[in-house]
Design a protein around this ligand. Structure first.
Ligand SMILES: Nc1ncnc2c1ncn2[C@@H]1O[C@H](COP(=O)(O)OP(=O)(O)O)[C@@H](O)[C@H]1O
Ligand SMILES: [Mg+2]
Length: 364
């Protein structure tokens, strides 16, 4: 059972605390992605896990063993970096075999393992080449090969795809997912790219400023963000946020913004006159009336066509507001839209002061 546990993990550089008490349990065989803006402490957290960075406070356990004082090479983890870190003077086969050779694994065993790994990663025809004669994607595969041969308990990835162009990144993403399905090795993957996080993760850990904002499955985070930070970080385009005041009439809750209002679900602890932020995803806005939806007046500024979908940009109380709609092959009608429909069951309501999500009463 190769679980990973972080208990109140802290990293300080002098007076600055860059990781502020992270608690996390990664299950055996789980693929967990740490995501957050640049500088939020993702790499530092991963490097403490790998043993490449001293732990200021707290505890790291791998497979139920506290590893705070265990050297990186004895932690049974393998790390894949953004810049591949391949040896330029060694062939692909020698690069993959490197870790085994310094461990004095018998030659025949090395040969068989390298052949096996090369087969998994489709590197067999490239084994005698040097890194300079490989494409970016191939180099990244060699770097992964080097991690796999050691049969580690845990894979650690630090932005392994950031140096690749968009097309290759999508392809390698699928390969990593495939590889994880096949090998089932517990993995912790760091990225600033929320799309990568959404597509790869069993569970996502959203971080900002050295803290965890929310942990959940991709769909949990998409549908039920814990606060406005997660709401706008996950999803593209991000969730639209509108400041509103609560008006309760005959037991029904309304969000009032400017001279318009929309019907909301009932929320725990919501009071008359409370200032809130209403969140609604671009994908969840209707252009035709639906059950329990409220009509909202808008003016469309710009239609961006993506083919099967279009993004409608409009201004809403002077704030930009984006709607994503299916075109069904037609876009002429979209310019002229002047009403949108906000369905009460797809809206999120956040407290304006704390920015935390309120819980709908129907969830009880
Ligand atoms: N050796 C160091 N000395 C001082 N500050 C550092 C050092 N390494 C990283 N930091 C700071 O720690 C914070 C977190 O960095 P990092 O973990 O690399 O962020 P991320 O990987 O999320 O982009 C940043 O503000 C960074 O400037
Ligand atoms: Mg980093």
């Amino acid at each position: 059972m190769s679980t990973v546990k972080l208990k109140n993990l802290v990293k300080r550089y002098g007076d600055v605390t860059v990781v502020q008490g992270i608690d996390l349990e990664v299950k055996s065989e789980e693929f967990v992605v740490l995501v957050g803006p640049s500088g939020c402490g993702k790499s530092t957290t991963l490097r403490m896990l790998a043993g490449l960075e001293e732990i200021s406070d707290g505890e790291v356990s791998i497979a139920d063993r506290v590893v705070n004082d265990i050297a990186p090479k004895d932690r049974d983890v393998a790390m894949v970096f953004q810049n591949y870190a391949l040896y330029p003077h060694l062939t692909v086969a020698e690069n993959i075999a490197f870790g085994l050779r310094i461990r004095k694994v018998p030659k025949e065993e090395i040969k068989a393992t390298v052949a096996d790994v090369a087969d998994i990663l489709e590197l067999t025809p490239l084994l005698e080449r040097r890194p300079a004669d490989l494409s970016g994607g191939q180099r990244q595969r060699v770097a992964m090969g080097r991690a796999i041969v050691r049969h580690p308990k845990v894979f650690l990835f630090d932005e392994p795809l950031s140096n690749l162009d968009a097309k290759l990144r999508t392809q390698m993403r699928a390969e990593i997912k495939h590889l994880h399905k096949r090998l089932g090795v517990t993995s912790v993957y760091v990225t600033h790219d929320q799309v990568e996080a959404m597509t790869l993760a069993d569970r996502i850990v959203v971080m900002s400023n050295g803290k965890i904002e929310q942990v959940g499955t991709p769909m949990d985070l998409f549908n039920s963000p814990a606060n406005t930070f997660v709401a706008t970080f996950i999803g593209s385009p991000p969730m639209n946020l509108i400041e509103a005041t609560i008006d309760i009439v005959d037991g029904k809750f309304y969000g009032v913004f400017g001279d318009q209002r929309c019907l909301l679900q009932s929320y725990e602890g919501l009071t008359n006159g409370q200032e809130v932020i209403i969140g609604i995803r671009p994908e969840y806005i209707d252009i035709e009336p639906m059950e329990n939806s409220s009509p909202i007046d808008v003016k469309i500024d710009l239609v961006e066509t993506l083919g099967s979908e279009a993004l409608l940009h409009c201004k809403f109380l002077n704030e930009p507001f984006v709607i994503k709609v299916d075109t069904h092959g037609q876009i002429a009608h979209l310019d002229n839209l002047n009403k949108l429909y906000f369905r009460q069951d797809v809206m999120a309501v956040f407290d304006k002061k704390t920015t935390k999500a309120l819980t709908p009463l129907s969830n009880h």
